[in-house]
Unconditional design. Structure first.
Ligand SMILES: Cc1cc2nc3c(=O)[nH]c(=O)nc-3n(C[C@H](O)[C@H](O)[C@H](O)COP(=O)(O)OP(=O)(O)OC[C@H]3O[C@@H](n4cnc5c(N)ncnc54)[C@H](O)[C@@H]3O)c2cc1C
Ligand SMILES: Cc1cc2nc3c(=O)[nH]c(=O)nc-3n(C[C@H](O)[C@H](O)[C@H](O)COP(=O)(O)O)c2cc1C
Ligand code: SF4
Ligand code: SF4
Ligand code: SF4
Lengths: 438, 482
């Protein structure tokens, strides 16, 4: 069994699965339940000067029958008193000494930051996470994403924290910026020990078409919320990899955003995360989901012959390169496995209307195929004209049958040539321009 | 002893409750969302009325059942009853690609019912009629599915239509013949009203050939559609057939549709002769009315049955007995009432036809015999009404399958009297096609062909069923066998 134990900038946990700062990490009771279920760490619900929440706080994006593929909230930080939160952190730590408890903090002045950082350390927290990300409510008061969107402000506040910090400090980044690495670099300059990302993305999930007010509705109005859940995973992965690959950042990362399964976790780790954090999936299904994350990641690492999860960290980071380095001569075409094809013709209409018009619908007789009687005899089947296929993948993505359309590499005998090679060759007069696609 | 009802009303009502109840909203949404939205979908090709199935299912999935109903009803005016009575497992659902992904096919019929019920229950109108009428008049003989579909389509094309029906109520077998646990007659009657709302005049209780002559019709109308269906049950031609408890299965089913269910007399031991879908309907309804034993007797083997497998399974589930390779030779009576059926065992003869095995006769005790060995063709009626009409060797009206036109140019046909007896949805498809044939005949213009919207953009010509060249899965399978 691969070793899952994790060390993020000195914060140790038995596995990389942490509960993200949010409703599931609101109380000591929940932290106990999380650890009992198998979570390796808990990032406490952000502690600060107590706030007041509204009723009606969440809304969701459903897709077809799937509930909560995206999740939106207008909740603020903890509405419990700091005393209670710090006391419970101490109690949890006493009972779970080898698990990670991280205090997420958000206050305003230098004095307040100093005070809260010390109280977190006194409570026995293993680390501190600075919430520079909350994109709603708190930012109107100059906190949360209002901090995280301005590298200079983030740098300043991080440095206040570092003045008194005795335990590792994680800066949690907001995705509501054009370049996430700018704030990541600022955190590094200020001496932060690690990064976590992403916090939620500004969102409106849906409009009630009878009342015209978006959800969540509070007495006839709504407010911009923060988006998370499965739908944000691609955005989060992109930002995690950007920070992991940036030579001026070089900080360990706790990856967050849409993680629900061991696969999601493994992808975040491969793209540079040391630990991962989960909020929405727990809100949807409860702490029990960690069991399969645990087993799935272990057996995946075993199947790859990796002794420790640390071997996976960042494995995929260097495979992402600039577009101009990609091989223009590498060719793939779509090939349909007729033994698997169920005849939905979704590939046909996708290529016809949405790609390059290179799939024909022809009867099996016309194609000389013996496909048996089928459900509707003589019904036309899709056939790719490989000479015209640009290998875009669209058909294989829409095909509802696993492995039915295989994108197959074609050896066209041409040596690799990237866009930059091409530009160099053109400039040197070594080749003619490639004619435009017909 | 004369027959009597056997069960209290409440028990029969429970027995006759719909086998496939309506989908609730959430169920419909979940089911609709499973549909892949196939392009040029096989389910459309397998629908004899050419309903754009993926289009209407997506509309349900997107919370627009009214638009879904419009898609359904413009392709099939009897969409509500077809949703209940179609043998979907050999039509649309039998063609659904999900089965090839080892999943249950989409419950197309039940989704169709969801959408059509939605508009029916709320009285929402989905049709808009042409502002101008053509001035042409068409007479439709028979208010069965074929006649109603033809009339509805003609009305939408701007023609004036009068439907003549000999029964007191419209709908044909759809009103009088469908197994009660599949559909209640009120659905069929509501559909006839829908046709009426398109401006079609329905004149029930008028028999053409008796109350009105064809010559009168020809004088008053520019074209005639013949949709008279099939005739009475084929006779057995054995001794005892005239005993009072030897009943045409269709008459038995008719009683279920015209009497309160607890007033329908039923035998304790019922024997049904024949093994088609009508026989199944008769045997299951006998059991559901309280028969202690109900038996199907068939002169050929199990594999030769013409009943659909799902119907056969239903009957077995209901507790029906099946006796294969036996043939009735005499209905036994005592004191003027049936007491048994004398049967002889059969084997396949040299020509494949069943022949009796000597000295294997025995008596199957029973008190009611239901005849379900097929319906007579209407040859006599047709010859009487239209002496010039060409009847083919099968006893049905010869016609052009694309237009429904007969050898007499102003006479068109469709439904059971033209196809020899199929399903409601076939009658609808053929009635619709004939309407377009009539439109072309009357106006010399071709009606805009109804090509499925989901086909638009396909490079090949239309091969979906639509109206141009219908493809029906089972027909093609049959054709390939030959
Ligand atoms: C017992 C039974 C069960 C069936 N169950 C199903 C089922 O579950 N699903 C399914 O899809 N199909 C079923 N069918 C088949 C279906 O009912 C027929 O295919 C369909 O009704 C044919 O429609 P039609 O309009 O051609 O004929 P019909 O429905 O027979 O209608 C013909 C109409 O013409 C009228 N008519 C006849 N002569 C005259 C005249 N001289 N003047 C005026 N009117 C006249 C008749 O009264 C009748 O109303 C069943 C058939 C039977 C017999
Ligand atoms: C209701 C709710 C409240 C949250 N509150 C906080 C918070 O107090 N502090 C914080 O740093 N992040 C907070 N988050 C953000 C989550 O910690 C996490 O970054 C985000 O939800 C993305 O992860 P997920 O896709 O697993 O939910 C909150 C998220 C939700 C849904
Ligand atoms: S890979 Fe793209 S271009 Fe090639 S057949 Fe598929 S959709 Fe068409
Ligand atoms: S999408 Fe896949 S299953 Fe559907 S027709 Fe194309 S190859 Fe076949
Ligand atoms: S074949 Fe099945 S999945 Fe495809 S469109 Fe028809 S009902 Fe939907």
């Amino acid at each position: 069994m691969a070793d899952l134990s994790t060390n993020l900038a000195g914060i140790k946990s038995p596995n990389p699965f942490w509960v993200a700062s949010g409703p599931p990490s609101n109380t000591g009771y929940q932290a106990h339940r999380a650890f009992e279920a198998g979570w390796g760490g808990v990032v406490w619900k952000t502690i600060g000067a107590p706030i007041v929440n509204v009723a009606s706080r969440y809304s969701a994006l459903n897709h077809g029958p799937d509930r909560m593929v995206g999740f939106n909230n207008i909740e603020l930080i903890s509405d419990r008193s700091p005393e209670k939160n710090f006391r419970e952190i101490a109690e949890v730590k006493a009972r779970w000494p080898h698990h990670a408890v991280i205090a997420s903090l958000m206050v305003e002045t230098r004095e307040q930051w100093h005070e809260f950082v010390k109280r977190a350390a006194d409570a026995g927290a293993d680390g501190i996470e600075l919430n520079f990300g909350c994109p709603h409510g708190m930012c109107e008061r100059g906190m949360g994403s209002a901090v995280g969107q301005q590298p200079a402000v983030a740098e300043k506040i991080t440095s206040w924290v570092m003045e008194v910090a005795t335990i590792p400090v994680i800066v949690k980044l907001t995705p509501n910026v054009t370049d996430v690495t700018a704030v990541a670099r600022a955190a590094r300059r200020a001496g932060a020990n690690a990064l976590s990302l992403i916090n939620t993305i500004n969102s409106i999930t849906n409009v009630n078409l009878d009342t015209f007010v978006p959800e969540p509705t509070v007495a006839g109005r709504s407010s911009h919320g923060g988006y998370c859940g499965p739908a944000v995973k691609p955005i989060a992965l992109n930002m995690v990899q950007s920070c992991a690959a940036d030579p001026d950042v070089r900080l360990p990362i706790s990856g967050i955003g849409g993680i629900a399964t061991w696969r999601d976790a493994a992808e975040f780790i491969a793209l540079g995360s040391t630990s991962v954090q989960v909020c929405t999936a727990i809100m949807h299904y409860g702490f029990r989901i960690v069991e399969d994350m645990h087993e799935g990641l272990s057996s995946y690492l075993d199947s790859k012959g990796m002794k420790s999860v640390t071997e996976l960290i960042g494995r995929s980071v260097p495979t992402l390169q600039k577009w101009e380095t990609l091989d223009l001569h590498w060719q793939r075409v779509a090939r349909i496995d007729y033994a698997k094809c169920i005849g939905c013709n979704l590939c046909y209409i996708a290529c016809e209307d949405g790609a390059h018009q290179c799939i024909d619908l022809k009867t099996p007789e016309e194609l000389g195929l013996d496909l048996g009687p089928g459900r509707v005899p003589h019904k036309p089947v899709p056939k790719v004209r490989e000479d015209d296929c640009v290998g875009c993948n669209l058909c294989s993505l829409v095909c509802p049958v696993d492995d039915c359309i295989k994108m197959t590499v074609i050896d066209n005998g041409q040596p690799p040539m990237s866009w930059s090679n091409y530009q160099e060759k053109l400039a040197a007069g070594e080749m003619q321009p490639i004619p435009p696609h017909p | 002893m004369p027959l009597q009802p056997l069960l209290p009303a409440a028990t029969i009502a429970a027995n006759m409750a719909e086998l496939k109840p309506a989908l609730r909203r959430q169920e419909a949404l979940v089911e609709a969302n499973r549909c892949l939205y196939c392009f040029d979908a096989p389910c459309i090709m397998a629908c004899p009325a050419g309903i754009d199935v993926p289009a209407f299912i997506k509309k349900i999935a997107h919370g627009n059942p009214v638009a879904a109903a419009k898609t359904i009803l413009t392709a099939n005016i009897l969409g509500a009853s077809c949703a209940r009575v179609c043998p979907t497992s050999v039509l649309c659902e039998g063609a659904c690609v999900l089965e090839d992904r080892d999943e249950q096919p989409i419950q197309i019929g039940r989704l169709q019912r969801y959408a059509t019920d939605y508009v029916a229950e709320r009285g929402i109108k989905v049709f808009s009629l042409p502002a101008q009428t053509s001035g042409k008049r068409v007479a439709v003989i028979g208010a069965g599915p074929a006649g109603l579909a033809c009339a509805a389509e003609l009305a939408q094309l701007g023609h004036t239509v009068v439907v003549f029906e000999k029964q007191a109520r419209p709908g044909g077998l759809n009103t009088y013949g469908i197994a009660y646990y599949k559909m209640k007659p009120d659905v069929s009657l509501a559909e006839a009203e829908l046709v009426g709302s398109l401006g079609v005049e329905l004149r029930c209780g008028l028999t053409i050939g008796k109350d009105l002559t064809v010559a009168q019709l020809e004088k008053a109308f520019d074209a005639i559609f013949v949709g008279v269906g099939l005739g009475a049950a084929t006779r057995l031609r054995i001794p005892g057939e005239n005993l009072p408890e030897v009943v045409d299965a269709l008459d038995f089913i008719d009683q279920i549709h015209t009497h309160p269910l607890d007033r329908v007399p039923i035998g304790r031991r019922v024997v049904v002769i024949g093994a088609g879908n009508t026989a199944i309907d008769a045997v299951t309804q006998s059991l559901r009315l309280g028969a202690e034993q109900a038996t199907v007797v068939y002169r050929r083997s199990e594999g030769d049955m013409s009943a659909y497998n799902f119907e056969y399974q239903l009957a077995k589930h209901d507790g029906a007995r099946f006796l294969f390779n036996v043939m009735p030779v005499e209905v036994r009576g005592s004191a003027g009432h049936v007491i048994g059926l004398r049967l002889v065992r059969t084997r396949a003869g040299a020509d494949g036809r069943p022949e009796p095995i000597p000295e294997t006769e025995y008596i199957e005790p029973c008190d009611l015999v239901l005849k379900a060995v097929g319906q007579e063709k209407q040859v006599a009626l047709l010859r009487q009404l239209f002496p010039a009409l060409q009847i083919d060797s099968r006893g049905v009206i010869a016609h052009d399958p694309l237009t429904g036109q007969t050898n007499v140019p102003h006479i068109f046909t469709g439904g059971d009297c033209a196809n020899g007896g199929r399903e409601v949805v076939n009658a609808v498809g053929e009635g619709k096609k004939a309407a377009h044939g009539i439109h072309t005949f009357l106006t010399k213009e071709t009606a805009t062909p109804l090509v499925q919207p989901s086909r638009l953009g396909a490079k090949q010509g239309s091969s979906g069923s639509g109206l141009l060249s219908p493809i029906r899965a089972h027909e093609l399978v049959e054709a390939l066998k030959k």
